[in-house]
Design a protein around this ligand. Structure first.
Ligand code: OSB
Ligand code: MG
Length: 355
């Protein structure tokens, strides 16, 4: 699927997505999930090809033919598989969606969601110029989005944010570095404090917690962790060490709903707000993100935005936002957006049935 516009982060540019969807079938009912791995192992170690093999050779066989008492029994079946959480998580999410459909419930209710309307923000990639960025922000605000996140990297940070703040002094604004800095940049990152950002997301290494704690001690801007948090144990340790005041939870990165809920619970008990991140998903993964965002602790606007920001045509009914920058959770069984099977078939380049 070709993105409506390219998306650039500190680790690279994406123009086209190669997305794996998982269909889990039981008792004649289908549940759907999305593998959120990118096309290259640059955000984390996974990519489309690695996920395909993990699903086929390990994750699929671990689940097939088993009688599950509930969807919650799915994640433990992947315990022997080290990492590769996006691959396993796509299947795990499909099993939750399947269970919701088998019981006739919307997925968001099924996972324990409490809020029928979620606040939405946007993630804006690195642009060609500052005027282009300001124009993009203007457009997204006009759509109603409640907060703006911009991607930063060395050379596209302090000066850019100064211009953004000059143009938009009152918006809810944050920055995501995707691991582009080191602790040696602490003095430089301190200069961001003057822009009263809601948070800076993942400034340091993708696998680091300890340096983030040292950085947070030197910043007024709250640090939010994305890449570094893969498990509830990581969340607990990051909070205990003071490495993050806010957490981004991504369904794929953490391996599915079971771990996402555990991280949510750890954060909520510690009074740490969370929000739902995005991975340029199709309507399937986006629909799951909407469901996840209805849990009580997701109090901050997430990177969960409308289909039209990404796709000329989505694989589901389009996901849309209200004029107040929210998405309404739906009453349909499962994740809530009908899949356009004809369109999906037309763009499918590879398919494999495991049984
Ligand atoms: O770090 O949040 C991130 C996209 C791809 C990889 C990593 C990230 C992102 C985004 C986009 O920020 C979120 C979205 O709009 O789906
Ligand atoms: Mg991020």
């Amino acid at each position: 699927m070709t993105l409506v516009r390219p998306f650039e982060t500190s680790f690279g540019r994406t123009l086209e997505r190669q997305i794996i969807l998982v269909e889990a079938v039981a008792d004649g009912v289908s549940g759907w999930g999305e593998v959120t791995a990118g096309e290259h192992p640059f955000y984390n170690e996974e990519w489309t090809e690695s996920a395909w093999l993990i699903l086929k050779q390990y994750a699929g066989p671990a689940v097939l033919g088993r009688t599950l008492g509930s969807a919650a029994e799915c994640a433990p079946l992947f315990q022997r598989i080290r990492e590769n959480r996006m691959a396993c998580g796509g299947l795990e999410a499909a099993v939750w969606d399947l269970e919701a459909r088998l019981t006739g419930q919307p997925l968001w209710r099924h996972i324990g969601g409490e809020r029928g309307e979620i606040p939405c923000g946007v993630s804006i990639g690195i642009q060609e110029s500052v005027p282009a960025l300001l124009e993009t922000i203007e457009r997204e605000l006009a759509c109603g989005y409640q907060r703006i996140k911009i991607k930063i990297k060395p050379g596209w940070d302090v000066d850019v944010l100064r211009e953004v703040r000059r143009g938009f002094p009152n918006i809810r604004l944050m920055a995501d570095a995707n691991s582009a800095y080191t602790l040696a940049d602490a003095d430089h990152l301190r200069r961001l404090d003057e822009f009263y950002l809601m948070m800076i997301e993942q400034p340091l290494a993708h696998d680091d917690i300890i340096d983030h704690a040292a950085l947070q001690a030197r910043l007024e801007t709250p640090v939010c962790l994305d890449e570094s948090i893969r498990t509830a144990r990581h969340a607990e340790q990051a909070i205990r060490l003071g490495a993050a005041k806010i957490l981004n939870i991504k369904l794929g990165r953490v391996g599915g709903f079971a771990e996402a809920r555990k991280i949510h619970d750890v954060a909520k008990a510690a009074g740490v707000p969370v929000w739902c991140g995005g991975m340029l998903e199709s309507g399937v993964g986006r629909g799951h993100n909407v469901a996840l965002s209805t849990l009580a602790g997701f109090v901050l606007p997430g990177d969960v935005s409308a289909s039209r920001r990404y796709w000329a045509r989505d694989v589901t009914e389009p996901i849309e936002i209200t004029r107040r920058g929210t998405i309404l959770a739906r009453g349909e069984p499962g994740f809530g957006y009908a899949i356009d099977l004809d369109f999906l078939r037309g763009i499918t380049v590879r398919e494999e049935a495991l049984s």
